[in-house]
Design a protein around this ligand. Structure first.
Ligand code: PTJ
Length: 262
């Protein structure tokens, strides 16, 4: 593993990249996951590497959907385990929700390794091994799931997925919360609550809202009822347009645009 100097202007980014490479070597993340991370990071650059106001609105809605669910489930893949295992466990505990390992590039060995990472982070009763159901209309191995997990859930959080599953879950009548930095992805377009934010910012933010809304069921139900999915997606695009306009202004004004992390 390369030692990243703390003084490097992209220190956090490089450390995260090293963590993903290590997770790949440890059989947690797939090579395709490293590509996925690069795509996410490119979007994060464009979006300014901080949680936008529209993302915050979606994160509050995500918390309300999770709290008002009868059977909420958090789905975990290789990248999510590598980057945010403890965030997932904390959110699952706060709701409370089940955690299920559900992989696109599924092997039983990876499912076991990822479940072990989640257990190390404090997770209990992790679903994944020995699936007993299939998501209808999904040909990938990600269709394999658990009745007491994703199959039977009414609200499913699906961070960093590649778009085949969100639609299938919605066809099953579930509410789907996505976390995906690409506001144009098939997942963001399909999800009931698309959260356009970086995973390790989004999960703690959703958890904070869960803690605020817990014990306030009327308020949580109101947020679910009033949530305007189309309006929120449009606000994400408007935010992106504002960001690009800022960049244009910055370039014309000699590079004075606010850009925080290197
Ligand atoms: O572990 P597996 O086998 O289930 O495979 C997982 C991957 C991630 C390889 C698989 O789901 C995949 O191929 O995903 P995609 O199609 O590359 O989509 C991932 C999406 O997540 C892309 O739109 C990225 O922009 C986005 N993304 C990547 N990293 C982050 C992210 N969004 C938020 N936070 C991130 N850190």
């Amino acid at each position: 593993m390369t030692r990243v100097p703390r003084s490097h202007p992209r220190y956090t980014s490089l450390v995260t990249r090293e963590a993903l490479v290590a997770a790949h070597r440890g059989g947690i993340a797939v090579l395709e996951g490293l590509i996925a991370h690069g795509r996410g990071e490119a979007w994060d650059y464009l979006l300014g590497e901080e949680t936008s106001a529209p993302a915050l609105v979606a994160e509050r809605a995500a918390a309300a959907f999770l709290l008002t669910a009868k059977r909420p489930v958090l789905s975990v893949n290789g990248n999510v385990a590598a980057l945010a295992a403890s965030h997932v466990v904390r959110l699952a505990t706060a709701v409370p929700a089940r955690i299920e390992v559900n992989l696109f590039h599924r092997t039983e060995d990876r499912v076991k390794r990822i479940a072990a990472v989640l257990r190390q982070a404090g997770g209990v009763d992790i679903l994944g091994s020995g699936p007993d159901a299939r998501i209808p209309g999904l040909e990938s191995r990600r269709a394999r799931c658990h009745r007491e997990g994703i199959y039977g859930a009414d609200v499913v959080l699906v961070p960093l997925e590649d778009g085949d599953r969100a639609r299938a879950l919605i066809r099953m009548g579930k509410a789907v919360i996505s976390v995906d930095l690409n506001p144009l992805s098939r997942t963001s377009l399909a999800a009931t609550v698309p959260v356009v934010d970086e995973l390790t910012r989004a999960l703690p933010s959703i958890e904070r809202f869960v803690r605020t809304l817990k014990g306030r069921p009327t308020e949580a139900a109101r947020i679910v009822r009033d949530y305007d999915r189309a309006g929120n997606l449009a606000a994400n695009y408007a935010f992106l347009r504002w960001r690009l306009a800022e960049l244009v202004r910055g370039a014309r004004g000699g590079g004075k645009t606010r850009r925080r992390k290197g």
